[in-house]
Write a protein that binds this ligand. Structure first.
Ligand code: ARG
Ligand code: ZN
Length: 848
């Protein structure tokens, strides 16, 4: 049965203190817990004491010091109200668990001989009996006993000796923020002093041999700590901050109080092993987890329906940080590309759900692009509406009013209302209603200086939400003169009705509008601008996002016409793009983004929305034809551009060098389409960093070449898991459509295809679904392969299986034959014996 937001009730007890003792053994870890409880005045009356617990062998139970006979059920333990004394009391339990057999990587598990935990959302119940819900906040004291050199938990170290250590966390926290790590680890350390003068020991713990790949993550951590002090006035609050890298991890990373645990992929980096994109992602994720210390930990969520309270805000903060560290324009474009690729896709399919859902079956299925990325967009809109000062006042109020709370979206909106005097009743629909609004535009010019923009918003139905009200949409607009001058600088129009007009007077000539600057709202802009107007904006728009967007929409129109009408790649697009790419006054990273063609998945969605049935093979072929035309158009400029972008200085993972490499490699990619791969072979041989090496390899793979380079790569890197993940992934991602399934079959037959490692599984099976034309082969081979692997993974690791199943969410876009094939695979999954709640919920929702 689903969990409902409307069923929320406070927990009947408060926990003053939690004392835990772990005696770690792979097959028989003993966990002793002592909870000091009192009745919760918010729930008067006599209540049973219900504790969550799954897969625990209960060894002993004492209430107020007296042994109690009480049998747990499948999901926990109930102590009847009649047995519970009035006032304060203690509950002591001892359980046994087997971390070595925990392949779901939730709770306490083992990775390469090291013990680690993942408790969010509901993993703590696999460790001990406890009210595993975020509104129960308590102080934790932890003793760890194990014959291992490094024993870590949350908070500050209290004391330690041979084979044991004790930790104390002074900050009350929910159980999902609990963490424990024990293993043979080494630290990369650095000191930090907060603005308040607190001295903090920073440590990044890794397996011996990896310590020389931590410098960038440490640098990013220090910059994050400084940034949160200056940008939000938030300082760190413990004497140590530990980060641990683990190889087996379901997600990116986890913000456990004082002890962040990371997928090693988002910590370890060196120029030889990591690309510029990897460095940027590490910086963003280190920042994200660190920022959770205030937005998530000090202020947490009342229940899991409020997940976006911490995730949307923390994503918004990490995006601001990355923009400050690098380039705001480039960061915004990258974020919007991601939003459209993942969140719009989700919002337009059977898995659409509100930023704050009101029901779920398995909460792990709701760590989605909607909660995270759309959650961040909603905050961006709020900030645009209330302005910099209003935002700052609201956030200050949020931190002072709610420090130590488990809060709700209502609390969040209330601080904005109280700090700015604004009524956010209508704005709240962004949190409660799913779906991507579509924004139509109509312009009128009266010939006498008055120009009117009329917007129409439509809010399409989503599962369970047929009708929706109008949203508050901040529409940032600028107006340009036909000569390219800006006559109206960026102005935020506040749309609140279904149809609404905005008038601009006193104009000398009919202006060209630049609408939705900076992507001021997560909507689909439906504007039938002609190609000439788009080309004009591509050349002249003063808003860097919209200038890029003009090129993007032009490219999509061109590709759509190639696919649906057999048209040739339009001259206007080619010339406009060439002019932009050759404009030395523009940031190379920005120019590289402009060269990126729309993805096949994005095009399939766009065609489907316009009433066409996308043909994946044709889309793939036409996109290649488009790239070739671009290469031919740019051919005279490529040598000069590449020469100008060549980095001669020693490698630095900064935005400047990364931008130069990005543009160089985008040019190399195009040049390879004309030279048979000669320059790419040369570039591969000479590459001195992973960014350049992989870019050259990709250029060769796209030509159906590169076997020698793949072999050399394997020889050099076969002992490095993270680097080999790239090797697996690229061969599948860049396989020809009719070779994709065979490539997957060949690679999954290898002994080093360790499918129980989530990174390796995602590298291979995730690449299968990311190869659009390969996955959607008309014979159904891609679908079958994915379903086979999901069914195989599910009993071991339901979370990752469920997450990867979203590859099927777009099935209604395609032709009847493909729809039938996908439906059959989803039904086969749904009918599997012993299917997990995770994958079961996903298959059910996708089938509708
Ligand atoms: N709170 C983590 C983050 O956003 C994500 C952990 C999610 N884990 C899960 N099993 N659902 O950084
Ligand atoms: Zn997060």
């Amino acid at each position: 049965a689903p969990v409902l937001l409307s069923d929320y009730q406070p927990y009947p007890f408060l926990i003053e203190q939690v004392s835990l003792r772990f005696a770690l053994l792979p097959q028989a870890t003993r966990v002793s817990a002592r909870l000091d409880l009192t009745p919760n005045p918010a729930r008067p009356g006599q209540h049973d004491l219900r504790l969550d617990g799954e897969g625990l062998r209960l060894l002993s139970l004492r209430l107020g010091g007296t042994p109690l006979e009480c049998q747990p059920d499948a999901t926990g333990l109930t102590i009847p109200a009649a047995l519970i004394p009035a006032g304060a009391f203690t509950l002591e339990t001892e359980v046994e668990i087997a971390p070595e057999g925990n392949t779901a990587l939730e709770g306490l598990y083992m990775s390469n001989g090291m013990y680690c935990t993942q408790c969010e959302a509901e993993g703590f119940r696999k460790i001990t009996f406890y009210p595993d819900r975020p509104d129960v906040m308590a102080r934790f004291r932890v003793r760890i006993e194990a014959d291992l050199p490094v024993l870590l938990s949350n908070g500050n170290p209290v004391d330690s000796g041979a084979g044991w250590a004790e930790w104390d966390d002074p900050w009350p926290k929910p159980a999902y923020l609990f963490a424990l790590v024990a293993g043979d680890l080494v630290a990369h350390s650095a000191p930090f002093t907060t603005a308040e003068g607190r001295k903090v020991a920073l440590n990044i713990w890794v397996r011996p041999g990896d310590q020389d790949r931590c410098a960038y993550a440490m640098d990013a951590l220090i910059r994050s700590m400084q940034w949160d002090e200056t940008a939000y006035g938030r300082a760190y609050d413990l004497d140590v901050f530990n980060i641990v890298a683990v190889d087996d991890f379901n997600m990116g990373a986890m913000e456990n109080k004082g002890l962040n645990i990371f997928n090693s992929k988002f910590v370890l980096a060196s120029p030889e092993t990591a690309t510029d994109d990897d460095f940027a992602r590490i910086e963003a994720i280190i920042a994200h987890e660190y920022f959770h210390n205030w937005t998530g930990n000090r202020i947490t969520c009342r229940d899991w329906f409020q997940l976006c309270l911490k995730e949307g805000l923390t994503v918004f903060r990490d995006q601001q940080f990355s923009g400050d560290m690098r380039s705001h324009a480039v960061k915004r474009i990258e974020d919007v590309l991601m939003l459209r690729a993942r969140q719009f896709r989700e919002d337009q399919g059977p898995l659409a759900h509100p930023v704050r859902p009101d029901s779920y079956v398995e909460i792990n299925n709701f760590y989605t692009a909607t909660i995270y990325e759309k959650g961040a967009e909603v905050i961006g809109m709020l900030k645009r509406l209330v302005g910099e000062d209003g935002y700052k006042a609201a956030l200050d109020l949020y931190f002072t009013r709610h420090d130590g709370d488990a809060a709700t979206i209502e609390d969040w909106l209330k601080v904005f209302e109280d700090a700015t005097g604004r009524d956010l009743t209508q704005f709240k629909r962004w949190y409660t209603e799913a779906g991507t609004p579509r924004l139509g535009v109509h312009e009128a010019w009266d010939g006498a200086g008055t120009y009117t923009l009329t917007f129409t918003q439509t809010n399409p139905p989503t599962p369970g939400q047929p009708d929706k009200g109008a949203k508050v949409i901040p529409i940032a607009v600028g107006l340009l003169n036909p000569n390219g001058d800006e006559v109206l600088p960026t102005t935020v129009l506040e749309m609140t009705q279904a149809v609404q007009s905005f008038r601009f007077d006193g104009l000398a000539a009919r202006p060209v509008p630049s609408i939705l600057r900076g992507f001021s709202a997560p909507v689909v802009l439906e504007r039938d601008a002609d190609a000439a107007e788009r080309a004009f904006l591509l050349a002249h728009d003063t808003d860097p996002f919209n200038r890029w967007e003009a090129g993007r929409s032009l490219a999509k129109d061109v590709l759509a016409r190639m696919v649906t009408q057999g048209a040739a790649p339009a001259r206007g697009w080619l010339d406009g793009l060439a002019a932009l790419v050759c404009d030395d006054s523009l940031d190379p990273a920005y120019r590289a983004l402009a060269l990126r063609l729309p993805s096949e998945d994005d095009m399939a969605a766009t065609l489907a929305a316009a009433g066409h049935v996308p043909d994946p093979d044709r889309l793939h072929a036409e996109r290649r034809r488009m790239a070739l035309a671009l290469a031919e158009r740019l051919a005279p400029h490529l040598p000069g551009l590449m020469e100008a972008m060549r980095v001669t200085a020693p490698f630095a993972p900064d935005a400047t060098q990364a931008g130069q490499r990005a543009l160089f490699n985008a040019c190399l990619q195009l040049a390879s389409r004309l030279d048979g791969g000669a320059q790419a072979r040369d570039a591969y041989a000479r590459a001195s960093n992973m960014t350049d090496g992989l870019a050259a390899l990709v250029a060769l793979l796209d030509l159906g070449q590169g076997q020698a380079q793949l072999d050399a790569f394997e020889t050099r890197w076969r002992h490095d898991r993270l680097v080999m993940d790239k090797w697996f992934m690229l061969q599948i991602l860049h396989a020809a459509p009719d070779q994709t399934a065979a490539t997957v079959a060949r690679l999954t037959a290898r002994t080093d295809f360790d499918w129980q490692n989530p990174n390796r599984f995602r590298a291979v099976i995730g690449a299968l679904s990311a190869n659009h034309a390969g996955f959607h082969q008309a014979d159904g081979s891609g679908y079958r392969l994915l379903a086979d692997w999901l069914i195989r993974l599910d009993p071991k690791n339901p979370q990752t299986a469920a997450r990867m199943s979203t590859a099927f969410e777009t099935w209604r876009r395609y032709d009847a034959g493909r729809q039938q094939l996908i439906r059959a695979e989803l039904s086969r999954i749904a009918a599997t014996q012993g299917l997990s709640r995770d994958l079961g919920e996903m298959a059910g929702r996708m089938l509708g």
